[in-house]
Design a protein around this ligand. Structure first.
Ligand code: MN
Length: 315
């Protein structure tokens, strides 16, 4: 027996972004967030820099986090973005320069709005380090709000929907009639999706571009098999997407209105100009702007050298 499904046509999305429905599969690549701490990075990729305001997507799990399987990211700064931390297993302790100290567990959202500048540390904590796994995503703040005062939010009770063979937890924006309480800055959606049968229809906003990142199990979308740690970019103009797969498969839906600005990303910063990058780097080196993360047992990270940014290829 042979599987012919993948031979069905797939509508390519084109380098400049699709104005309508399409399908493009992007495998996450290996990256590192520190010594012995491997991750899989699905955004940004050369083939696709952003999906709506989403500009960064890392998958971490115990199998790539060394021995013992642990996350340990010393204090480091961010500007111009929000970090969205979402776990499937284990526990992470977040501390930041606003004085926050917050444990995050599966089903809870840690949302840090960096704005003009914040510093944080991230460590696995509690029992069950062997089960640690999750995603960290970033959204770019629109230029007019990139310099807002930093904020940290923890949401332990998020809205859900169950319909059409799937159930979802809505982290950001709205999906399936459920509206997340999380603070957002541009039209966006982020949701965990679990299949409850072998076929499901996931509601989408036709004015958004979307992607589905497969976490566990595999999905079939428009005839293409989408393996774990592959991002299926879907383009714009869809009111729903039908997926097939194993009951119990887990995926993450991300989307939003196409981001109207070109951004620069370097280290942990999102900005528009080299001058903003250089200024943030100098402020971190000088101990200015970002404050101090209390309680972390170790030294903070130093920024790598900055050299003017090669401009990203047009989207
Ligand atoms: Mn960070």
């Amino acid at each position: 027996m042979s599987n012919l499904e993948a031979a069905e046509p797939v509508v390519p999305c084109g380098r400049s972004g699709a104005l309508g429905p399409c399908l493009e599969l992007i495998a996450a690549r290996e990256a590192s967030i520190g010594p012995g701490q491997g991750v899989l990075r699905a955004l940004p990729r050369r083939a696709r820099r952003m999906v709506g305001p989403w500009c960064f997507l890392d998958r971490f799990d115990a199998s790539r986090l060394g021995r013992p399987p642990a996350m340990d990211v010393p204090p480091h700064p961010h500007i111009g973005l929000q970090t969205v931390t979402w776990l499937f297993g284990g526990e992470v302790l977040h501390r930041d320069s606003l004085g926050s100290s917050q444990r995050i567990r599966p089903g809870e959202l840690n949302l840090m709005t960096a704005g003009r500048g914040i510093a944080h540390s991230e460590e696995s904590s509690g029992a069950g380090a062997a089960a640690l796994g999750g995603l960290q995503l970033w959204t770019a703040l629109p230029g007019g709000e990139a310099g807002v005062a930093p904020l940290f939010d923890h949401h332990g009770d998020l809205p859900r929907w169950t319909a059409g063979g799937a159930e979802a937890i809505v982290l950001m924006g709205q999906s399936g009639g459920a509206v997340s309480p999380a603070r957002t800055f541009s039209p966006v959606v982020g949701a965990e999706i679990r299949l409850r049968s072998q076929r499901a229809a996931i509601p989408l906003d036709p004015s958004f571009e979307h992607a589905i990142y497969v976490v566990e199990g595999s999905l079939t979308i428009e005839g293409a098999r989408v393996a774990p740690d592959v991002l299926a970019y879907l383009g714009l103009g869809r009111g729903e997407i039908e997926v097939a797969g194993d009951a119990g498969a887990i995926a993450f839906l991300l989307g939003g209105e196409p981001f109207p600005e070109e951004i620069l990303m370097w280290w942990n910063f999102v900005a528009r100009t080299d001058a903003e990058m250089d200024s943030a780097r100098r402020d971190w080196a000088a101990g200015a702007r970002f404050g101090t993360v209390g309680g972390y047992p170790g030294r903070r990270l130093e920024a790598p050298p900055y050299s003017p940014h090669p401009r990203a290829a047009p989207r």
